[in-house]
Write a protein that binds this ligand. Structure first.
Ligand code: ACO
Length: 332
């Protein structure tokens, strides 16, 4: 069995959810949609929407504090922060540097990682490899999203799908190599960026009166096509990881998939022939929180006692890019 990072464990998990809950009925009062349509197509019943004082960095810092509490480490123990996000506070400086300051840290390594909804999986792979060096003992990976700030609230085909929030983990080195992060697999097919993108605001399309009028500063998505590709790559990412390690679906105790759509999650269960009960689902309460979805779900799974020592846990994601990936963990 290959091992990416000997003795690197997830020593703590945490999350932050804005207090404002927006139900499907609330959206239906403003837009030509219904609770029935949203629930039957996506499984989503409600989502959290951040307030003006809840920025991506603020939510990320709160999730990080909760993860550090759970790991029993303090901010001064952290020597690396990676933030996975597609809704940073600003293009630069990075949200990681803003969070670092909010945590009272200076002179550590921190940066943002852009892989959309697969960002947390990508970050696990990057950090696991970085922790092979002696430079890092404890690292924070934070997935934080204020997607409500880039949604077109007049576009019913996208705005009903997403929500805000943050999740975080502390990765720590240990001498015990019998458990931890075993392996990560990531991929990206950049051939069709237009399927899911934010066209405006970057250097290719800076803000102008025209770009604002054309609503280019909002998330655009071809839902039907993304759905088709997502099912394929979620399955592939899971199968590749199982095959690499000679594991069968029944060897996995819990799969935590990216929480985009219940139908995609159920299609994954069918295609890899694993009972639905082994897939952790909370999309009904959060919607799609992009890079935050897996760390939020991982934290909830631990809180609910769904993960025991010795369990194999498989994380699987897909997102804009189009990116995909999986991480295999043997829980310590
Ligand atoms: N309420 C009512 N009707 C709607 C709504 C809505 N909120 N949204 C779309 N419709 C209509 C459409 O206009 C269409 O009407 P038409 O047939 O008259 O044109 C009809 O519903 C059916 O549209 P479809 O696109 O066929 O609906 P579908 O069953 O595919 O469900 C959905 C749409 C939910 C978006 C689905 O395609 C999906 O989940 N795709 C994947 C999206 C996803 O996971 N994105 C996240 C990617 S991760 C990341 O990196 C951010």
């Amino acid at each position: 069995m290959t091992r990416l990072a000997p003795g690197v464990i997830i020593s703590g998990t945490g999350s932050y959810a804005p207090s404002r809950i927006v139900t499907n009925d609330e959206i239906s009062a403003q837009l030509d949609t219904t609770d029935e349509w949203i629930r039957s197509r996506t499984g989503i019943k409600e989502r959290r929407i951040a307030g003006d004082d809840e920025s991506t960095s603020f939510m990320g810092a709160e999730a990080a504090k909760s993860a550090m509490d759970s790991a029993g480490v303090s901010a001064s123990d952290i020597d690396l922060i990676i933030v996975a996000t597609l809704s940073p506070d600003m293009l630069f400086p990075s949200t990681a540097s803003l969070i670092q300051t909010q945590l009272g840290l200076r002179k550590i390594t921190s940066f943002d990682l852009s892989a959309a909804c697969s960002g947390f999986i990508y970050a696990l792979e990057v950090v696991s490899n970085m922790m092979r060096s002696d430079a890092y003992q404890h690292a924070l990976i934070i997935g934080s999203e204020k997607i409500s700030s880039i949604l077109d609230w007049e576009d019913r085909s996208t705005c009903v799908l997403f929500g805000d929030g943050a999740g975080a983990v502390v990765l720590s080195k240990t001498d015990d190599t019998s458990a931890g992060i075993i392996d990560s697999y990531t991929g990206n097919d950049g051939a069709k960026p237009e399927l899911l993108c934010l066209p405006g605001g970057g250097s290719a399309c800076p803000p102008t009166i025209d770009s604002l009028a054309q609503r280019k500063h909002f998330l655009k998505m071809n839902g039907r096509e993304i759905f088709r590709i997502a099912v394929r790559w979620m399955e592939q990412s899971a199968v590749i990881m199982l095959e690499r390690h000679g594991l069968k679906p029944e060897d996995i105790s819990l799969i935590i998939p990216h929480q985009a759509n219940l139908r995609i999650i159920h299609a994954l269960a069918r295609s890899i022939k694993i009972p639905k009960e082994k897939l952790f689902v909370n999309v009904e309460r959060y919607g799609n929180t992009s890079a935050a979805s897996i760390p939020i779900a991982l934290h909830e799974a631990r809180q609910k006692g769904c993960i025991q020592s010795g369990d194999y846990v498989l994380l699987v994601a897909f997102g804009a890019g189009l990116t995909w990936g999986s991480t295999l963990i043997k829980w310590h």
